[in-house]
Structures are given as structure tokens and as C-alpha cells.
Design a protein around this ligand. Sequence first.
Ligand code: G3D
Ligand code: MG
Length: 170
Amino acid sequence: MRPQDIKVKLLLLGDGRVGKTSLAVRYTHDKFTANYKPSLGVDWLIKRETINDKNIKVLVFDTAGQEFLVGFRSRYYTGAHGAILVYDVTRRETFENLDIWLREVREEVGEVYIKIVGNKSDLKELRQVPYDEAEAYANNEGADYMETSALSGENVNDLFMSFIEYVLKL
Ligand code: G3D
Ligand code: MG
């Protein structure tokens, strides 16, 4: 870590197979890898950005979705600036479970910038959650809403950039 680096620490949370690892890999390596090894507990992915002559080191904390890892994960939550709560727009139950993830963030992480993300926006025919419903849910919880596709890359950079901008303004 270079001393001039500004650290941006982000948590990726949500049910299994919603695309957390795919989003992290798309952002940090700009690629989509089917069959990328699933994270077992914790995985840090790092990306460096230079914005306005500032060196930014983005640390993306990719978690596995299993409930039993909750206690294990919480030790890694310290110092996080933001949480990305991901669900899969083609699987409604992953949207319903956002309540659980929001509770975990509020209890274990505390006050951080939260963004709710509907991933797999490329699978238009299979959508089970309307955009407006998800946006209303997020806004009601005081969170921003965004839809992404780790497959096509749509909105992925904008998602992470919004957290960098948030931290730079702190
Ligand atoms: P997770 O880390 O949340 O558990 P993964 O989820 O990133 O492992 O992704 C789970 C599956 O969804 C993978 O399928 C992956 O390729 C797919 N996936 C992730 N993001 C997208 C997306 O934006 N669009 C589409 N169409 N698929 C996506 P496989 O079958 O490769 O295991
Ligand atoms: Mg994963």
C-alpha cells in the first residue's frame, strides 16, 4: 500500500449465485468468467484507479452467501465504507431476502453507504422483479438502486465509481 493511496473498502453481500463474484471480477479484471471459483468465506479483490490525480485503492470484499458464515464474516466488516447488496432480477426470492441482508448490514457493519443492486439485467425474458418495485423498496430503505449485468458489463463501472465518489467527498 503506497502512503498516498486512498482506500475504498466495499462489501459485496447477497444470496448465493446472484452474481457477487462475477461483479467483483468484472470490475477488477474487466472480464466475465463463467465457472470462476466460488468464494469460500472471504476473498479480496483489488483495483487501483487514478481520479483527479488521486491514487485510489478499491478493495472489494466478496463473500459467500451462506448464513453460517455470518459470524465469520463480521470480523472483516471493520472499516468498510460501503455495502453492495446484490439480488438476482430473475429470482424473486433473492429480492425478498434483501430484508435479511439489510438487517445484517445495520447490525454488523453500522452506518455505511448502501446500494441495492439487481444483477443479471441482461436476462430480460426471465425477469421476476420489476425495476420500479425494486427501486421503491430501496428508496424506502434509504438506499440507492441500480441494475447491472456482470455478463455484459452494463453499469458495473458506474456502480463502483459511485462509491469512490462518495468516499472522495467524505
Ligand atoms: P455469487 O458469487 O453471488 O454466488 P456468481 O454468484 O458470480 O458465482 O454467479 C452465479 C451464476 O450466475 C454463474 O453462473 C454466473 O455466470 C451467472 N451470472 C453472474 N452474473 C451474471 C449476469 O450479469 N448475467 C447472467 N446472465 N449471468 C450471470 P454459472 O452457470 O456460470 O455458474
Ligand atoms: Mg461468489
